[in-house]
Design a protein around this ligand. Structure first.
Ligand code: SP5
Ligand code: ZN
Length: 344
């Protein structure tokens, strides 16, 4: 399968994140994509650099003030103190209920809170460049599919599905899957479906398309009553306005077996067929894997082949976008199993 990789992903290399009050090494690390690229090469997939500038599409899915902030965030951080080059900024205050989110404080860390949903999304010097090149790779994959190629894969990090219209979160900065879906729409698809199979609910993608009927969003994920991102992804979220009925959440309890997971996949596939989608984006998180260190589903590596086979039977032009998956050494096998299952 033609794969668009992100040539700048290694510039996004924050060192630590917070977990239970402790600083721990980042789960979302450059080696993840290196393992996927290694498996792609070993199994004969074609690799290409991004050939589309997604800037105009980014403005269709993200707010201008968020994009402006993100683009220069690291320089703003260094302007406070050159020694900050060796330190990761973390937000400390968030504009929750009753606080104002229409003001943009002069204080950088306060602005970081305005544009973040959590303190679990560390930035580094090359974060903007990496996120932008990744979104370019997603747009490139979608453009290739819009031009008639059956399927394409965007192999990138940082991931994207937690990034909402105007915020980062969950290791995500720019919503690559939303960029892919919007690119398909811009280039002729009438009805797109985004199916998110990452262990975590794709809250960002849901929010971006929540009031739209042209992009159906479906997610199979750990029940947010116990799993991140907690505050979205519940079964009663079905869309709003003309988007009513065009959002389907299929939360499953932590510990769910592969058999039950595939039952949810059947529901998702039935809804995609009912939508008469003419383009499909898969938010391809591999953290439903039984060996994932931060997730609690039980898919085996062979189940990812089965996932690819089932998605192929939808018969749709398909863009795969890499999301999460933290069992780094198995990530290549699991991701490429989906692609090979799709193509066999
Ligand atoms: C793209 C993606 O998969 N983002 C996931 C973000 C999850 N961030 C919260 C991590 C919480 C880790 N909980 C670990 C429990 C380990 N026992
Ligand atoms: Zn995830």
């Amino acid at each position: 399968m033609i794969t668009f990789h992100n040539p700048l992903h290694q510039g996004h290399a924050p060192v630590h994140e917070f977990f239970r009050g402790e600083r721990v090494p980042c789960f979302e690390k450059p080696a993840r994509v290196d393992y996927v690229k290694e498996a792609l090469r070993a199994r004969g997939h074609t690799m290409a650099a991004p050939d589309v500038d997604c800037s105009a599409v980014l403005e269709q899915v993200h707010a201008p003030r968020y994009l402006a902030f993100l683009q220069t965030a690291w320089q703003q951080w260094l302007a406070l103190d050159p020694a900050n080059a060796a330190v990761q900024p973390f937000p400390s205050v968030w504009p929750v209920r009753t606080l104002r989110s229409d003001v943009e404080p002069d204080n950088f860390v306060a602005r970081l809170g305005l544009y973040s949903m959590d303190n679990g999304t560390p930035m580094a010097a090359g974060t903007w460049a990496a996120a932008k090149a990744g979104a370019d790779a997603a747009a490139s994959a979608a453009a290739r599919v819009a031009q008639g190629t059956r399927a394409a894969f965007c192999c990138t990090r940082p991931p994207g599905h937690h990034a909402g219209p105007d915020f980062m979160g969950g290791y995500c900065f720019l919503n690559n899957a939303a960029v892919a879906a919007q690119t398909l729409r811009n280039q002729g698809a009438q009805r797109v479906a985004v199916l998110d199979v990452d262990y975590h609910h794709g809250n960002g993608t849901q929010s971006i398309f929540y009031d739209r009927s042209d992009v159906l969003f479906i997610s199979i994920h750990g029940d947010p009553r116990t799993e991140y991102p907690f505050y979205l992804g519940h079964a009663d979220e079905t869309g709003e306005g003309v988007g009513g009925g065009f959002n389907l959440n299929l939360p499953l309890p932590a510990g769910t077996s592969a058999a039950t997971w595939f039952e949810a996949l059947e529901k998702a596939c039935a809804r995609i067929a009912e939508h008469r989608a003419d383009g499909l984006v898969i938010s391809l998180g591999l953290d439903a894997f039984e060996g994932d260190p931060i997730s609690r589903f039980a898919l085996a590596s062979s189940d990812f082949t089965r996932l690819g086979e089932r998605l192929a039977r939808l018969g749709l032009p398909t863009v795969f976008v890499l999301e999460g998956g933290y069992a780094a050494a198995e990530l290549g096998t699991n991701a490429v199993n989906v692609l090979d299952g799709f193509e066999q």
